[in-house]
Ligand binder design. Sequence first.
Ligand code: GLU
Ligand code: ZN
Length: 299
Amino acid sequence: MPYIGRFAPSPSGPLHAGSLAAALASYLDARAHHGQWLVRIEDIDIPRTVAGADQIILQQLHTLGLHVDAPVVWQTQRLSLYTQALAQLRAQAQVYPCTCHRRDLPPGPYPGTCRPKSQQQPSSLLQAPPPAPSPTAAKRRAWRFLVPAGIEFFTDRWLGPQSQDVAHEVGDFILKRTDGLWAYQLAVVVDDAAQGVTDIVRGADLLDSTARQRQLARALGLPLPCTLHVPLVMDTHGYKLSKQNHAPALDLGSPLKALMQAWQALGFEAFPARTPEDFWPQATHRWADRFAILRPKDG
Ligand code: GLU
Ligand code: ZN
């Protein structure tokens, strides 16, 4: 099967050292597999979108020499795909409307308050029935995925065997929010399948979403991509580098330096390279060795 990888940044600000490491890893994995590399702008969380950040990210990728193999897509232009997916899950009775207010929910997994009666766990039948929906509830409802019972197992190409009991650890999760916005979990699953993505390479903060995404893909009858989660880049205080933590902007005055730093942030050793053109083939070669990827053209 031909390899298709992707980088899926949220346009909440320019790339920083952490997001560049994820971009670099997905790019190298695609190149090492002689595959295609796609970029998808994940702009569905509209309140978090920063105007112009998408163009800055694309410019940064270009400056660093990460070249996209197909036209870039924006999630806000693909809403009909998410509507279709939710309709399919409704037809399959695998989603249900939820009128709970966040302030009324206990911390931790969703307790299944709005689950259809036929689907309730024996223990929750003993609890008080959900409060009667208010007259405006029809408008203010979210859609939740009816998480199947059982443990989800998968093997991550970096982190090895993984498992999660989604029903107990997460509970029925939201696919469409009360404010009408689509949840990341649904959009990412629908888009990865629609774009033919075979391999997801991203930061380890999303490892915890993988089991949910696998369950959703299975419910929609979609193929399950392989995953590889790279270590997160930490700041000097041991926090994940992120826009929220005010990660410093990338210095693109020296693309080679930025690339080499991202490479080392992934745990690889620096190697001599004088230009980005010098960096790419060597890094790709080392990546292929690290993940035992056969390279027919090098043989
Ligand atoms: N848009 C997500 C983020 O920026 C990444 C989604 C993914 O790679 O699955 O954190
Ligand atoms: Zn509810």
